[in-house]
Design a protein around this ligand. Structure first.
Ligand SMILES: Nc1ncnc2c1ncn2[C@@H]1O[C@H](COP(=O)(O)OP(=O)(O)OP(=O)(O)O)[C@@H](O)[C@H]1O
Ligand SMILES: [Mg+2]
Length: 249
C-alpha cells in the first residue's frame, strides 16, 4: 500500500495523499450532507471541462465521510509565493488569469451566489437587525450574473504542474454568479492570510478584468458577512470591520 502523507489537519478534517490519490477525511460530527454536497459541486464543475482533478469516490471512513480525489503533481501557488517571493507579482497575475478563465465558464446547475449569500445573511446570528437590513438591501441591488465562481480562490487551492499548466482544487464553495464577488472573497482571504499582497491582488484583478475597484468594494461587506458564518477563530475583528462599512457607505 502507498505511504500516507498528511498534507493538512484541521478541526473538521484531515487531508492526506496516498499514492496517486488525495483523501479528504471529515470527522464523524461533520454533516454527511456537507460532504456529499462538496462532491456534487465538484462533479458539476468537472463537466465544465476545466482542468480540475476528478472526484473518484465518496464513502464512509473511520465513522465519518471521506472524498477521494485524483492527485495533481505540482506546486501550489502558495508554495511558489513562499519559495520565490521576488516573483510575487507574476504569481498574482497567474492567479487572476486562472480566476478569469474559471469565470468564463458557466455551470448553471450550481446555486447562484446571490441566493446563497441571502440565505447566509438571513441566518447569521452575529449581526444586528439594522446591519442585516443594510446588507440585504445592498445584495438586492446587485445584478444576477451566471459566471462560475470558485468561492475560495486562494493560492493554496491552485496547483501549477511542472509543465506550467494549472489545476484548481477545493470546489466546496463554488457558485454561479458574479466575478466581483469572487474577487472580493479572494481579496478578503489575502487580507487575512497575506495582507502584504492584498492590494496588489485587487489591483491586478481589476486591471485584467477591466472592472472598477468600486464594484469589487461593493461586495466586501457581503462576502465578509458570508465568511463570518464560518466562525473561524482570529477572523472576527477584520470581518466585523468590513461589514460595518455597509452602514455608512
Ligand atoms: N487533488 C490534489 N492534488 C494535489 N494536492 C492536493 C490536492 N488536494 C489537496 N491537495 C493539497 O492539500 C492541501 C489541502 O487540501 P484542500 O485545499 O483540499 O483542503 P483545505 O484547504 O483544508 O480545504 P477547505 O478550504 O475546504 O477547508 C492543498 O493546499 C494542497 O497542497
Ligand atoms: Mg484548500
Amino acid at each position: 500500500m502507498a505511504e500516507r502523507i498528511i498534507l493538512e489537519e484541521k478541526a473538521n478534517k484531515v487531508v492526506f495523499r496516498e499514492g496517486d490519490v488525495i483523501v479528504k477525511e471529515y470527522v464523524p460530527s461533520h454533516p454527511k450532507e456537507g460532504v456529499f454536497n462538496e462532491a456534487h459541486i465538484h462533479a458539476c464543475v468537472e463537466d465544465s471541462g476545466l482542468p480540475i482533478p476528478k472526484i473518484l469516490s465518496v464513502g464512509p471512513k473511520n465513522g465519518g465521510w471521506a472524498l477521494t480525489i485524483e492527485y495533481v503533481e505540482g506546486k501550489t501557488l502558495e508554495q511558489l509565493l513562499t519559495e520565490d517571493p521576488e516573483h510575487a507579482q507574476e504569481y498574482l497575475e497567474r492567479l487572476v488569469d486562472i480566476q478569469l478563465e474559471i469565470g468564463s465558464c458557466h455551470v448553471p446547475k450550481l446555486r447562484n451566489t446571490l441566493s446563497k449569500m441571502e440565505e447566509v445573511i438571513k441566518s447569521l446570528a452575529e449581526i444586528d437587525e439594522p446591519t442585516r437590513y443594510e446588507l440585504l438591501q445592498r445584495l438586492h441591488g446587485m445584478v444576477r450574473h451566471t459566471k462560475l465562481c470558485h468561492g475560495d480562490l486562494v493560492p493554496s487551492n491552485v496547483i501549477i504542474r511542472e509543465d506550467g499548466s494549472w489545476s484548481v482544487i477545493d470546489w466546496a464553495h463554488a457558485t454561479s454568479g458574479n466575478a466581483g464577488a469572487d474577487a472580493a472573497i479572494t481579496y478578503l482571504k489575502f487580507s487575512l492570510e497575506h495582507p502584504e499582497l492584498a492590494d496588489a491582488y485587487l489591483q491586478t484583478f481589476c486591471d485584467k478584468a477591466g472592472m472598477a475597484l468600486s464594484y469589487v468594494q461593493k461586495w466586501m461587506p457581503l462576502v465578509a458577512a458570508a465568511q463570518l458564518a464560518r466562525h473561524k477563530e482570529g477572523e472576527k475583528a477584520l470581518l466585523e470591520q468590513w461589514i460595518s462599512v455597509v452602514e455608512y457607505q
